[in-house]
Design a protein around this ligand. Sequence first.
Ligand code: ZN
Length: 246
Amino acid sequence: MRYLLISDIHSNWEALQAVVADAAGQFDRILCCGDLVGYGADPDLVVDWTRANVGPIVRGNHDRVMGDAEALEWFNPVARAAILWTRQTMSPANLEYAANLPKGPLHCDAFTLAHGTPLDEDEYVSNDLEAQMAFAYVERPVTFFGHTHVQCAFQAVRRSVQAFRSPRRQAREWALDLDPGSWYLVNPGSVGQPRDRDPRAAYALYEPESREVLFRRAAYDIAAAQRKIQAAGLPEPLASRLAGGR
Ligand code: ZN
């Protein structure tokens, strides 16, 4: 079984299409670590596609708050504006789908899906220390997560942590061979709003049999996604940040 791993799509249809085209023919099943919506201008296209194509999935913090009653005070003003716009724009069926996605961690076979940490979908795993704390709560050798929008992996090595990131700027892909005796936290990066200074859409391919994770970047039509954000009246920083991958 070959898996396509995606996370943090954030209503960016152009980025999602580029990922699916780039990975075509190289996977059997799609896994998603949450945040289908928020920030971008195409929530319905992204959620319709997800409902038709994605297998195991957990909700992200932006999906959870599609339920009307959910409080938004945790979000900064720009994120909050995008959430309110999405609530007004997206179809009732898709709002309900997003709000009712399962909360992580979701255990499937030999791996787990989570949005933030395995314990808390709002918590970030962005450095060795946070990874070390998160490893205390993992229940499978491989845990896939998102939320930080940074493509990376962490390996538990005795009492410390080894971090892995793209070995070379602008690399189109890099591979990580998982050691059979080790435990890993793996972030495929963000499809729709990367924040690791590489504006290309991020994703990963995973093959349990060969124990290989292939981290990938796919160029997409950023200008088209930006124009839609501007036309929708969403806050300008949501358009401009896409160009810098920040
Ligand atoms: Zn996100």
